[in-house]
Design a protein around this ligand. Structure first.
Ligand code: DGT
Ligand code: CA
Ligand code: ZN
Length: 575
């Protein structure tokens, strides 16, 4: 028997599909009202139905009442089944994308014959929407941003939450008898900033013991499926995970398949077919029926297709296969290339460790340069620094520097607020006296696009600002960033020479990979920083580097990799 939520979803679906079909809005209003009323109802509609009192439910008239009756007695609705044949039901999900209305949805669907959000995302990324009536390159960007925000609302989690959980699962599975290897796959291995579900690949001859251990993991609330090669579970917090088990001699094809992305796999399979091979998670089968090729490693999979091995972060079905074919894959930046942390905090503002302890922890991690960029005066919630505090901080930095010698260079900086009126929190002459200035937004993020974009442009064009910190202010998964014209900002940054941050905190990852890719195209300098408030935060660097790798960024594009002298000279020149 359908519950209120299911009934409401059905009526919302009807309204969405009718609008996409081109029906005038007032014809859909009754369905939306009924849906709203049903979710707010304190009793189940089925109880009203049993008492033959459906019409007592607010917002339910004769027509809707008959539909509820049909749904509750048959579990189906003839009207909806017919409607679904006219408008593909997958299109309803598009209505949740903020920048898309029913007319545009219908137009894109008709022109490109696509129905899923994934196809829409791909079309926007490939520039296939910009030439349609009423659309442009900007619409593609806003659709992609809209898709990202839909993702946030549909229960995707930060990669920073998914990874530690996956590592725990992997550690447990590795202890199971007969397990040769276990690795993350799916979006996790591709290091997307948000993860839908966790995919884990295990190499073992026999899968039964692995599957048993998997469904018995702590905090599993539901087993969604348990099979010989694949099982799925849900944890009590709603996070889902699936494990795939393959024998070691097939681990290469299996890992490649499970890593995805779907788009990448589709292209790879086509390439295989062109070579007379049918690629599956098990093997390459010769299409003439004369044998099979097994790959124990991914390198062998790509080599069989005449390709360089492609780093997982690039496997999104963009241009990576073309590049690999031409032996032109970029040599992506790596964590070990990062020598400087140019945005971090101490107990002077809201950090948890003293400057000395932060410095020692940095030395332990091989860093050559750190800056203390504690918050500026108006950010009272984070204990922003007065001029007096800065004087004390400068003196203490001098002292620490002396004690630590040339093991590490410590710079005096500030993360200065870009205030609601667009001005910076300290006057220019003070900014000029600091070694480095990070300018960031923390407040009034919801200003109109033009206003908040202009605030950022002011900072980009201030010659004393060296780095724009976490540019959009987004927080994963809950807070959308400011509504910025990022194209304008990145173009201005390319001109002014300011560096733009990829904040490595897995709850920010800001810039995201899409904007970081654009920044690189425009020749903008980038800066990857952990924004560390504690020692553990230093170890979030890999998430920021992953975003850069997904954006095709190289070592030299990122100022944190530069030799100390080059970095110091750059800072001096900027003033
Ligand atoms: P997610 O979980 O939404 O963050 O994204 P993914 O990429 O982890 O996708 P998921 O979990 O649906 O599937 C895991 C991997 O399995 C995916 O990256 C590639 C592979 N895969 C799933 N479905 C298909 C398919 O229909 N065709 C191909 N070629 N591969 C698929
Ligand atoms: Ca997944
Ligand atoms: Zn900060």
């Amino acid at each position: 028997m359908m519950n209120n939520k299911q009934l409401a979803d059905t009526f919302t679906l009807i309204a969405d599909l009718l609008e996409i079909k081109g029906e005038i809005i007032y014809k859909t209003i009754a369905y939306r009202k009924a849906a709203e009323s049903l979710v707010g109802l304190s009793r189940e509609a089925s109880e009203y139905w049993k008492e033959k009192k459906l019409l007592e439910i607010p917002g339910v008239g004769k027509a809707i009442g008959e539909k509820i009756d049909e749904l509750l007695s048959t579990g189906k609705l003839e009207f909806l089944e017919k409607l679904k044949k006219e408008v593909h039901p997958d299109l309803a999900a598009w209505m949740k994308v903020p920048s898309l209305g029913p007319k545009k949805i219908a137009m894109i669907n008709k022109t490109l014959n696509i129905t899923t959000l994934a196809e829409l995302e791909k079309a926007a990324k490939d520039g296939k929407l910009r030439n349609m009536p009423g659309m442009g390159a900007k619409s593609e960007t806003s659709i992609l941003e809209g898709l990202a925000s839909v993702g946030r609302r549909t229960g995707r989690i930060s990669v920073g939450r998914a990874y530690p959980l996956a590592n725990e699962i992997i550690a447990t599975l590795k202890k199971v008898k007969g397990v040769v290897d276990a690795q993350p796959a799916g979006s996790l291995r591709r290091m997307r900033s948000t993860i839908g579900d966790l995919d884990i690949l295990v190499a073992a001859k026999d899968s039964a013991a692995v599957m048993d251990a998997f469904v018995k993991l702590p905090r599993v609330s539901r087993v969604l499926g348990k099979g010989e090669t694949k099982s799925s579970i849900e944890f009590s917090d709603g996070i889902r995970a699936q494990v795939w088990v393959h024998p070691p001699e097939k681990f290469g094809t299996a890992l490649q398949y499970a890593t995805g992305s779907k788009d990448h796999n589709v292209q790879l399979r086509q390439l295989a077919l062109d070579k007379g091979l049918s690629l599956s998670e098990h093997s390459f089968a010769k299409t003439n029926g004369k044998g099979e090729i097994f790959c124990a490693t991914e390198e062998e999979v790509y080599k069989t297709l005449g390709l360089q091995w492609i780093p997982p972060e690039l496997r999104e079905g963009r241009d990576e296969i073309q590049l690999a074919k031409a032996n032109k894959l970029p040599k992506l930046i790596e964590v070990k290339d990062i020598k400087a942390n140019l945005h971090m905090h101490s107990t002077y503002s809201d950090g948890t460790l003293s400057m000395m302890d932060m410095a020692k922890a940095a030395i332990k991690r091989g860093l050559k340069v750190i800056v203390f960029s504690d918050h500026s005066v108006s950010l009272a919630v984070a204990n922003g620094l007065s001029f007096e505090d800065h004087k004390k901080q400068a003196a203490e930095i001098k002292k620490i520097q002396k004690q630590l010698g040339d093991e590490i260079l410590i710079l005096h900086a500030s993360e200065v607020e870009i205030k609601a009126d667009g001005s910076l929190d300290y006057p220019d002459d003070f900014l000029a006296s600091l070694d480095l200035v990070v300018a960031s937004l923390h407040s009034s993020l919801r200003q109109p696009r033009e206003k908040v974009t202009q605030r950022l442009l002011n900072a980009v064009n201030n010659p004393h600002v060296d780095i724009i910190g976490h540019p959009t202010g987004r927080e994963i998964p809950d807070r959308e960033g400011a509504d910025l014209d990022m194209e304008l900002i990145l173009q201005a940054a390319a001109k002014s020479g300011v560096a733009v941050e990829i904040n490595a905190s897995p709850y920010r990852l800001d810039l995201d990979d899409m904007h970081a890719r654009r920044a690189k195209e425009l020749g903008v300098l980038l800066s990857i920083n952990t924004d560390a408030h504690s020692e553990a935060d230093y170890d979030m660097l890999n998430y920021g580097v992953a975003i850069a790798r997904r954006a095709g960024i190289l070592k030299d594009d990122v100022i944190n990799t530069w030799p100390t002298k080059k970095l110091v000279d750059w800072l001096k020149k900027r003033g």
